[in-house]
Unconditional design. Structure first.
Length: 236
């Protein structure tokens, strides 16, 4: 690819959590990429908090110096009860610890929260506790996606002992509003524009917090005039 795109400046390591490879293997990959793409200034990758559990600050700093500038992390939720029900293999404490380690090493992080993950029963605690963990992390980038059911709602419901109740569009908007209203961020780029989202939201938090909340209020009160995506437009 370097032969056809010699001026490449950004590379994403696909597909999966490349950081699980460990420092030694990953350093070789990063060094080879920089050798082949002389103008490269950012390499990014997915990771989950447990990938970083055994990485030292020094090792992460070495990866950062070798070009790994951004890590995408699916936090999903900041609620320990939900994390356990979903068998995520993480806790709020492990997530926060790993994210802070990334930032200390000078690597930027982009985190994702899933709107609707707890259904109606767990909606409020999901929104409130997710905001709490995001406030602890203070990520450079934050996005929200809406829960989808590739194996059907019934398959997902088994994780909750049959107690999961799927949320409708207004439920999702209300949860999003509660989540954003509880955020206390300094300068985080926020995006809620993934194909799964019914309402596209973009801004800097907390600078644009009131603007985003106002858009949500309009959508909740008059969804027919809010420009919400139709189901076919979501492409799921």
């Amino acid at each position: 690819m370097a032969e056809f795109f010699p001026g490449t400046r950004k590379v994403f390591l696909a597909d999966g959590n490349a950081v699980v490879l460990g420092t030694t293997k990953l350093l070789k990959i990063l060094q080879y990429l920089k050798l082949k793409f002389p103008f490269l200034n950012r390499i990014s990758s997915y990771a989950i908090p447990k990938d970083l559990k055994n990485e030292t600050i020094e090792e992460l700093m070495a990866l950062q110096e070798a070009g790994l500038k951004l890590i995408y992390v699916g936090v999903e939720t900041g609620d320990d009860q939900l994390l356990k029900l979903l068998n995520k293999g993480e806790t709020v404490a492990s997530t926060s610890s790993s994210m802070n380690k990334i930032k200390e090493a000078g690597i930027k992080c982009s985190v994702m929260i899933i709107n609707g993950l707890g259904g109606r029963k767990f909606s409020r605690q999901h929104a409130s506790n997710s905001a709490k963990v995001i406030n602890q992390i203070q990520p450079e980038y934050l996005s929200t996606l809406v829960l989808s059911f590739p194996f059907g709602v019934g398959h997902f419901r088994t994780k909750f002992g049959g107690e999961f109740v799927e949320m409708n569009i207004l439920d999702l908007l209300e949860e999003q509003k509660l989540f954003i209203s509880n955020l206390a961020l300094k300068e985080t780029v926020f995006r809620s524009d993934h194909a799964s989202n019914y309402l596209v939201l973009k801004g800097i938090l907390n600078r644009d917090q009131n603007i985003l909340l106002n858009k949500l209020d309009v959508a909740i009160k008059a969804p027919e005039h809010a420009g919400l995506r139709k189901e076919w437009e979501r492409g799921l």
